[in-house]
Design a protein around this ligand. Structure first.
Ligand code: PRP
Ligand code: URA
Length: 209
């Protein structure tokens, strides 16, 4: 698939095995979501632009490089995306955080918006949209639609698990958005859950079931 990066790293494989396990506690699940997000972000942010700067070490002046250009906005899709935020902020603590609230209707699987608060200058920022799960792709497509309506042109999407159906939909509707996934799973079941997946990410992060 064009514009989709799927990670193949031993640390991510190991953490994914524990994350998927139905016996993993909410505490450990939250920690793993954060750790996997940090590992993914390290790669997803590889092409941030740099500028030359001069600094002075205790020994001498020297040329060095710092991140320049567009600043970042990290935007989790509520609720489950919240679990990924700290993983990103660990690497980029100055990033602004916006929130998009969407829930998926259990019958129709259509996303419904209930909240949207983005940084005022979001159109000038590179946006990293976070949601651990991409099932039908409806939530990711709706969130990208909101962000684009606010004038954003530089958007990356990070999922921990995606279904092929969801990725296809996101790519078809937003081919300009780069997608980063720790894993692409087999399929969706008749209830719209990812197989084998990890169950309901929001419930597992917040212990609501
Ligand atoms: C889950 C998940 C995604 C969405 C994926 O959220 O976190 O946002 O489902 O499904 P889709 O690709 O078919 O749209 P959910 O709607 O269960 O809300 P929650 O995070 O509040 O639990
Ligand atoms: N949302 C989840 O949290 N899990 C799935 O498998 C599908 C949608």
């Amino acid at each position: 698939m064009n514009n989709v990066v799927v990670f193949d790293h031993p640390l991510i494989h190991h953490k994914m095995a524990i994350l998927r396990d139905k016996n993993t506690s909410s505490k450990q699940f939250r920690e793993l979501v954060e750790e996997i997000s940090t590992l993914m972000a390290y790669e997803a942010l590889r092409n941030l632009p740099l500028k030359d700067v001069e600094i002075e070490t205790p020994i001498a002046k020297c040329q060095a490089k710092m991140i320049s250009g567009k600043k970042l906005a990290v935007v989790p899709i509520l609720r489950a995306g919240l679990g990924m935020v700290e993983g990103l902020l660990t690497l980029v603590p100055s990033a602004r955080v916006g929130h998009i609230g969407l829930y998926r209707d259990h019958e129709t699987l259509e996303p419904h918006e209930y909240y949207c608060k983005l940084p005022e200058d979001v159109s000038e920022r590179e946006v990293i949209l976070l949601d651990p799960m991409c099932a039908t792709g409806g939530s990711a497509v709706a969130a990208i639609d909101f962000i684009k309506q606010r004038g954003c042109t530089n958007i990356k999407l990070m999922h921990i698990i995606a279904a092929p159906e969801g990725l296809e939909r996101v790519q078809k509707e937003h081919p300009d958005v780069s997608v980063y996934c720790a894993c692409v799973d087999e399929k969706l079941n008749e209830h719209g859950y990812i197989v084998p997946g990890l169950g309901d990410a929001g419930d597992r992060i917040f212990g609501t079931k």
